[in-house]
Design a protein around this ligand. Sequence first.
Ligand code: PCD
Length: 803
Amino acid sequence: VQDPSVQIHAAPETPQGYGSMKRKEDARFVRGRGHYVDDIVLPGMLHGAVLRSPLAHARIVSIDTSAAEAHPKVHAVITGETLAGLGLAWMPTLSYDTQAVLATDKVRFQGQEVAFVVADDKYSARDALALIDVEYEPLTPVIDAKTALDRGSPVVRDDKEGKTDNHIFDWESGDSAATDKVFAEAEAAEDQVVVTADVLYPRVHPAPLETCGALADMDPVTGKLTLWTTTQAPHAHRTLYAMVAGLPEHKIRVVSPDIGGGFGNKVGIYPGYVCAIVASIVTGKPVKWMEDRSENLMSTSFARDYHMRGEVAVTKDGRIRAVRVDVLADHGAFNATAQPTKFPAGFFGVFTGSYDLEAAHCAVTGVYTNKASGGVAYACSFRITEAVYLIERLVDIVAHDLEMDPAELRMKNLLHADQFPYQSATGWVYDSGDYPHTLQVALDKAGYQELRAEQAERRRRHEAGERVDLLGIGLSFFTEAVGAGPRREMDILGLGMADGADLRVHPTGKAVLGISAQTQGQGHETTFAQIVAAELGMSPDDIEVVHGDTDLTPFGLGTYGSRSTPVSGAATAMVARKVRERARIVAAAMLEVSADDLEWNDGRWQVAGDPEASKTIAEIALAAHSSLELPEGVEGHLDASCVYNPPNLTYPCGAYVAVVDVDPRTGTVNVRRFIAVDDCGVRINPMIVEGQVHGGLADGVGMALMQGIAFDLDGNCLGGSMMDYLLPTSLECPSWELGETVTPSPHHPIGAKGIGESATVGSPPAIVNAVVDALGPYGVRHADMPLTPAAVWSAAQGRPLRT
Ligand code: PCD
């Protein structure tokens, strides 16, 4: 915390002003009055469309745009060559790699951007795409990450000088010597074993309801570029446009209006955005580009695609000693992963989970393939979902091999409350938690013992030849690391991950809070108003939250990795406290006492011992703007701003229990119950928190059972529509059963931890563990997601499907 005048208080015991209240933003959303990028219409606006590669890997021999240019409604056709003339054919990615904006030499995945047509309307733009003649010379695609590093494999990134293979990076975390030592002991000891498993987290896609798009308006007179765009990080995008395109930063205004879901998909910068900007400069008109559903699924950031081998050294009575992990990460054609610079494999380092280990080590190797780029933190803080999935599958596999109850095994190894702050074997400092308690609450809520009894009964009937569904009970216990992050350790492309907040209190006592975070549906307009309200004794209705416009808000890195509450939320509490301290001086002048005689009680400054003599923020605000004489050296007005640099991440946790019915004859899975006990510290708005958890749980059902972006041997994307990429609906979801424990974050000004991604992180392993548990009578030990009926049936036959 930079400002020593602002004190960090311990989390309030009964936070004032927090509680469930209806979301302020819903007044417009439920009336259909949300305002999204595609709703914005400017006079004279043109429309862009992207020509995409039909092939996964091919050399571009020639591009003939003449017929498209001759189309009566076409204004311009932009190709890689046009961009190369401006030095913009390639752009940097968030991982210090480069990505083609429009292909010049080769196409490297199916759906890659090849040309951009600008026309009077979007239909003509799309029609004209068909008039562009591209001659391709097909090349052998690299599809299987496991053979991408083989000698003789085609080289995806031959644009990079001297590149002769598909290797991107090697990264490791933990102490390999110490880990190997424990494993050697475990292998030698009578009473210990080493358990090994290969676990795939398949490629999935965030698939927000609103696809990505941008409307660029370069004013040729003022030289100011306004870009309305679907971004989770407006300020970071503006800075990157300034750096890459060489436009002066103060002449760029990035606005993200309402965003129809982000889930990590809207963190990066896509070629279409850049094309819209260039097209506006070239034509002198505003240009809008909105992708369609297939374009979104096929070409924008994917997530996961981690091939993981995990090993656990464990005593035969279930004491987990060490974990060793090897990961092959498929990053597609361009390494456009979003994560802090120091962590090329994101926060995968938390693969040690919620357990007290003696040692741990992981090695991650990233490779290029002919697939869409990305590797975004789809509803997880930078690869935490992969880490949690792996460790929670491994723990269940250990339980399976040792014939132990998975709940008992977890209880035996979970960190205890008195071990916090806890430094993990890979160096992360978990802030707080009471894991055994949280797990116990979940087990009690689920009626764990009764469920096990029912399972035994079902198995008995199944073995007797009766046609019954098998019951599966799956647990997961997760720890997340959210709220990136401390500047000394975390930056994205050199930009430190601190966030600002501005608070202005008007003379009549209403306030405007400006924040750098960008809601995509999370409800910041409500929760952030609640934070200010709680600090200043105001009504949340009297506080307007402004975000998503770089001209109106302070700098900060945006919303992803559940960082808004941990970082921006902290900045908000701090700036409100600054205002409160300033209000104290004004109140002292009003009450003609010394500021030291005032105490903050019941949402107002009171004279100690004389509660009648008090002033509310509204009264003080008016006085601060009046002719009242203030002590020398004190400015009028109550406005303040601050920047919050988090001292650590926050570590929410949770215990989940999935209960599934599996029909072994058809492989269909029905999620009968799902119990989710989350601990995100102090809850600002419990209703919103529950909504966040509901959404993430549904996401988890989708990933565990239904969805995956697969490719055929030619590199054709098999998940490019919602007929193939299945989103879960209420039919696939049970009525969620939620619970909570509250362990405040000790360093966060209001004790809150992030929650937005917890359920997406915690639910897939619970569901997969449940399905594998149900298949116990078939001797199944592991099966990879998505557990479609075909995958479940094959697993039961002893022939697991492999992607
Ligand atoms: N909260 C409360 N309390 C607590 C925490 C929290 O109340 N303790 C709340 C807040 O304030 C907000 C929410 O809740 O309102 C959330 O938060 P957070 O956790 O902080 O988070 P953010 O940052 O805000 O957000 C983010 C996230 C993410 S990340 C994702 S994926 C997803 C989630 O969010 N996305 C989304 N959720 C959601 N929702 C919606 N509706 N939509 C969307 O899109 Mo990434 O990284 O991006 O992948």
